[in-house]
Design a protein around this ligand. Structure first.
Ligand SMILES: [Zn+2]
Ligand SMILES: [Zn+2]
Length: 375
């Protein structure tokens, strides 16, 4: 029987390689051979044992998966419009289709508990529910996107975080022609948000960061930021006031991890009726200093967002096809599956090869050594 190899998170900080049978498919489902998985902050939190939903461990992590269909049933071919050999990506969430969120078309709110990388453990048949593996099982309700062939692996794994950025900036944020946007946090998602804002037609794109973010703020300007602010050196609210001639921002997107100040400053940076989109998790911390009167009197909208959606993924695929070269400098590191622990520890800044890790790709290769792509 053919077997798949997967890196299983057995307990916190403990990834072990295990073999699983590659499942036979029925009329309705499929198997994909993994090409690679993108890593994001969630992967590191999961590695530390910090994810509080799903089956828990043991689990195969990896929710930003690209690969090729290797086995597929006849009904699945019809439903998804893909066949053996096609390059695809799968949405992390497998929607139930019948809950209120799904019926409203907002499957990011579905609580089905089914999905990839973070939901089902290896104890749920057929075990292959994550991208740190050579193969992944495609459930009949999985959402599949066909991918272009001609984009390099490391750039293609930007699709998931770019889908998030497009939903937060464009679909939820409402950024359009002439908009003024402030993005707090120049991580992978903040940088992609700058690129998405430019694509959507924003006129003024301001990205904030700290002194340690120097190279990322350079990258932000290359991707479309018109102004970058080092908040260790200047007051971001004063600077936004200057840059916008007092007009302030239409949208502030907070993608900073842990920090609360960007939220309070974000309220001050907005014009009347502006929108504060909150996408950065704060490690369970609460915020007490929100100037509610300001929010009321100036009709500020506060909106939380958790991930991308189907349409934003389609837009992300189109944008990656058009702008692969512009986005490539974000793709700083590629690791092979056999080096998965080093990949995740590099992501968490526990170890470094001396270059700043912005976007990390984990290929499914068990035989090859990793290469760091240094820009
Ligand atoms: Zn992710
Ligand atoms: Zn649902």
């Amino acid at each position: 029987m053919a077997t798949a190899v997967a890196a299983v998170l057995e307990s916190a900080r403990n990834l072990q390689f295990r073999e699983f049978p590659i499942p036979e498919v029925s009329d309705d489902d499929a198997v994909m051979e993994v090409e690679a998985s993108g890593l994001c902050g969630t992967d590191y939190e999961q590695y530390l044992g910090g994810l509080s939903f799903g089956d828990g461990m043991p689990i195969i992590p990896g929710h930003e998966i690209i690969g090729r269909i290797t086995r597929i049933g006849a009904a699945a071919v019809k439903r998804w419009g893909v066949d053996v050999g096609d390059r695809v990506t799968v949405e992390p969430i497998i929607p139930c289709g019948v809950c209120e969120g799904c019926i409203e078309g907002a499957f990011t709110r579905c609580q089905s508990g089914l999905g990839y990388g973070m939901y089902r453990g290896t104890g749920t048949a057929p075990s292959l529910w994550g991208g740190y593996a050579t193969h992944v099982y495609l459930h009949p309700r999985a959402l599949i996107h066909k991918l272009p062939e001609d984009i390099p692996t490391n750039v293609t794994t930007l699709i998931n975080p770019l889908s998030n950025a497009i939903r937060w900036i464009y679909e939820v944020g409402g950024v359009g022609l002439g908009s003024t946007v402030v993005i707090a946090g120049p991580g992978q998602r903040g940088l992609l948000a700058a690129a998405a804002a430019k694509k959507a037609g924003a006129k003024t794109i301001i990205v904030t960061g700290t002194t340690t973010d120097g190279s990322r703020l350079d990258l932000a300007r290359n991707l479309g930021a018109t102004t970058t602010i080092n908040i260790d050196e200047e007051d971001p609210v004063t600077r936004v006031t200057e840059v916008t001639d007092g007009g302030m921002a239409d949208i502030v997107l907070d993608v900073s991890a842990g920090a609360m100040t960007p939220i309070l400053q974000g309220i001050d940076m907005l014009r009347r009726g502006g929108r504060l989109v909150l996408a950065g998790l704060k490690s369970g911390n609460k915020l007490n200093d929100v100037p509610i009167d300001q929010v009321v009197l100036r009709e500020i909208e506060l909106r939380g967002v958790v991930s991308g959606g189907y349409q934003s993924t389609e837009l992300a695929i189109g944008m990656i096809r058009e702008s692969a070269e512009t986005l490539a400098p974000l793709c700083t590191h590629v690791f092979a599956l056999r080096d998965v622990t080093n990949a995740v520890r590099t992501l968490g800044r526990e170890i470094t090869d001396g270059t700043d890790a912005v976007h990390i790709t984990l290929t499914s290769d068990m035989d090859q050594c990793s290469e760091s792509l240094i820009r």
